[in-house]
Design a protein around this ligand. Structure first.
Ligand code: SAM
Length: 327
């Protein structure tokens, strides 16, 4: 299970090994497919649903923080820091939020380049300033990789989508991640994210038969596999995750929710929202704005039929969405 990846910090090349190497290698290797090819994914319904949940989170929690900033300084809306931005999958959502500036950071350098290109080729041309950086945000202070001018003023919103759990490999990494979030968020600013649901992971692990040969479960779309039933550390509680056409058996870490809440509080971050993805759907599918968005984002067809089969719908609820406010 050893893996290698070169980290280039501009002065020297360092070998990146172990789980982080596997994660970087995995995300760098995933092809950046265009819009039409994306529609052919066998889990396109689930991918569209995940995008819809992120849009709900952005509109409901990030918009107010961005608008508050614009009222303070004129017509233009605020600044967004996207940690673990990947290939820039949320750039269109931020464009629709009419933000003024976006900074995207990811450990996977190839993904970062793809995000940069995606920003330049946004439909109608980019309508906001954006800069992109390759950096391990769980090992380094952001000042180690970003120009000081970019960090001189705090951001209105920090977003971490489907990526924060990788920080829970150790307490040191989780603290480094939270410091990067809190240090760069203005007071009253919003931190939004999506992570696997620890309660559900532990419940499923507990419900496996005592004599189970493999500590795993899943369906045609996803698979979760633990290595140990009894050892459940607060940090470094590892499992292997597979999601069809998205994640190929990559090591991830349980984000024990109460532990995360306690740790976040130390950095002045207070939880204002936490819901399973199914609950996000229940809460918003009849909403006058988010209901019609389900069809526009192709989660349902023109007749309101879901584009997800049962297996995709089950896989969707692995995750929870959250929002924190910086005091
Ligand atoms: N946020 C994007 C989205 O929602 O489409 C990408 C999500 S992808 C599932 C997870 C991302 O987390 C990958 O691009 C990966 O490279 C990034 N990541 C993992 N560890 C990281 C770290 N230590 N620092 C920065 N990014 C990291």
């Amino acid at each position: 299970r050893d893996s290698e990846d070169m980290e280039d910090d501009g002065r020297k090349k360092r070998r990146r090994t172990g789980d982080v190497g596997l994660v970087v290698e995995h995300y760098n290797a995933r092809p950046d497919v265009g819009v039409s090819q994306r529609q052919e994914s066998p889990i396109i319904g689930l991918k569209s649903f995940n995008n819809w949940v992120k849009s709900v989170l952005i509109t409901r929690f990030a918009h107010p923080a961005l608008v508050a900033d614009s009222e303070a300084r004129g017509s233009l809306r605020g600044r967004v820091l996207d940690i673990g931005c990947g290939k820039g999958g949320d750039l269109t959502k931020w464009s629709k939020a009419r933000i003024r500036e976006y900074v995207g950071i990811d450990i996977a350098a190839i993904s970062v380049e793809q995000a940069r290109l995606r920003h330049m080729s946004l439909r109608g041309g980019p309508r906001f300033a954006a800069s992109f950086f390759a950096l391990d945000c769980y090992e380094h202070d952001l000042h180690d990789g970003l120009p000081p001018a970019l960090l001189a003023r705090p951001f209105d919103v920090v977003s971490m989508q489907f990526c924060m759990h990788y920080a829970f490999e150790s307490e040191k990494k989780a603290r480094c991640m939270l410091k990067n979030v809190a240090d760069n968020l203005r007071s009253g600013g919003i931190f939004i994210g999506t992570i696997p649901d620890s309660t559900q992971l532990m419940d499923r692990l507990d419900s496996l038969p005592p004599n189970a040969e493999e500590l795993s479960w899943g369906n045609s779309v996803y698979k979760v596999r633990f290595e140990d039933r009894a050892h459940r550390p607060l940090f470094g509680h590892r499992y292997w995750f597979f999601l069809r056409d998205a994640v190929d058996d990559v090591p991830e870490y349980v984000v024990q929710w109460d532990n995360f809440i306690k740790l976040a509080a130390e950095y002045g971050l207070r939880c204002v929202y936490k819901k399973e993805f199914h609950q996000v759907f229940e809460e918003h599918h009849t909403h006058p704005e988010f209901g019609p968005l389900l069809e526009r984002m192709k989660v349902v067809d023109a007749d309101g039929e879901s584009q997800m089969d049962e297996d995709q719908w089950e896989a969707a609820n692995i995750y929870v969405a959250f929002a924190f406010e910086k005091r």
